[in-house]
Write a protein that binds this ligand. Structure first.
Ligand SMILES: [Zn+2]
Length: 283
């Protein structure tokens, strides 16, 4: 699979007292057919606002894989840990671990919480690293959080390589916590149920007074789905529920100051939803 090179200056946003930093593992051009087939026919009418997220000729989606580092006055968090070093259906980057460590004040050992929005391979790959032939937690002092529903659903996948390498070692180390899908992490950050892509999928809400941010997770793979929420992703396990989740989030966020941070959106990655006479745009 062709890849764009990946050495960006991390993007950063301030949501009240909370700092969010995007650390990119890789952006891969992928065919619409592979991930969101119905979006292919909607590219031209979605220009120019969709331009940063598609190839110049419109034939491919630029799929970004990145972690968000969230720093509140009390808690250092990593939201999703990308693909990792193993061979998967999307390429990772063996140098990502160093880039992520550099973006963490105090380094990996200072991380308090790792959130897995869900347990697909491109969100859990750096949960663990290999040390002396064993897979061990990358963030030695962190609590790893996943929703109860998600962990339950993934028990069926116990024999998958991703589960064996990125989830099972956390269970063995006693640092994986199955929490409610509306779990409050600290005074500023909470989980929010957003099912459909996977049964126990969660998004991450950041709130400081009137300042609000929402890290989507995989309820959306391309901003085109914000304008056309019925456009399905091939990886949505329950498409009808995924559509209902997208519609709910869009209605809640459109024409508000909520900063939407796309888990698979390349730069500029974050923006606001605005309703125009010809439809909704991500700006
Ligand atoms: Zn994903």
């Amino acid at each position: 699979m062709p890849q764009t090179s990946s050495d960006p200056q991390p993007l950063s946003w301030q949501i009240g007292v909370v700092t969010v930093t995007r650390v990119e593992e890789r952006i891969s051009p992928v065919s619409w057919n592979w991930l969101v087939p119905e979006a292919a026919a909607l590219v031209e009418q979605s220009r120019p606002w969709v331009d940063p997220y598609v190839s110049e000729d419109g034939s491919k989606l630029h799929l970004s894989v990145h972690s968000f580092v969230v720093q509140t006055p009390e808690t250092l968090m990593v939201i999703d840990t990308c693909v990792g070093t193993r061979e998967r259906s999307l390429p990772g980057d063996p140098n990502f671990g160093e880039r992520l460590a550099a973006a963490l004040p105090g380094g990996p050992d200072a991380v308090d919480v790792v959130v897995c929005t869900h347990l697909h391979f491109d969100h859990v790959g750096w949960n663990t690293i290999e040390r002396d032939g064993q897979m061990v937690p990358t963030f030695a002092n962190a609590r790893y959080l996943v929703s109860k529903g998600e962990l339950e659903a993934q028990r069926d996948e116990e024999d998958s390589e991703s589960y064996a390498e990125s989830i099972a070692p956390l269970l063995a180390a006693g640092c994986l916590y199955a929490v409610d899908s509306d779990h409050q992490i600290d005074s500023w950050v909470s989980l929010e149920a957003s099912p459909g892509h996977t049964p126990g999928h969660v998004s991450v809400r950041i709130t400081d007074g009137d300042d609000v941010g929402l890290i989507t997770g995989d309820i959306i793979h391309t901003p085109i789905q914000l304008a056309y929420p019925t456009v399905r992703s091939n990886s949505d396990i329950d498409p009808a529920t995924a559509i209902a989740t997208r519609q709910r989030v869009i209605e809640e966020v459109v024409d508000t100051d909520v900063l939407l941070l796309g888990t698979h959106f390349g730069p500029p990655t974050a923006g606001h939803l605005r309703r125009h006479t010809d439809g909704i745009r991500f700006e």
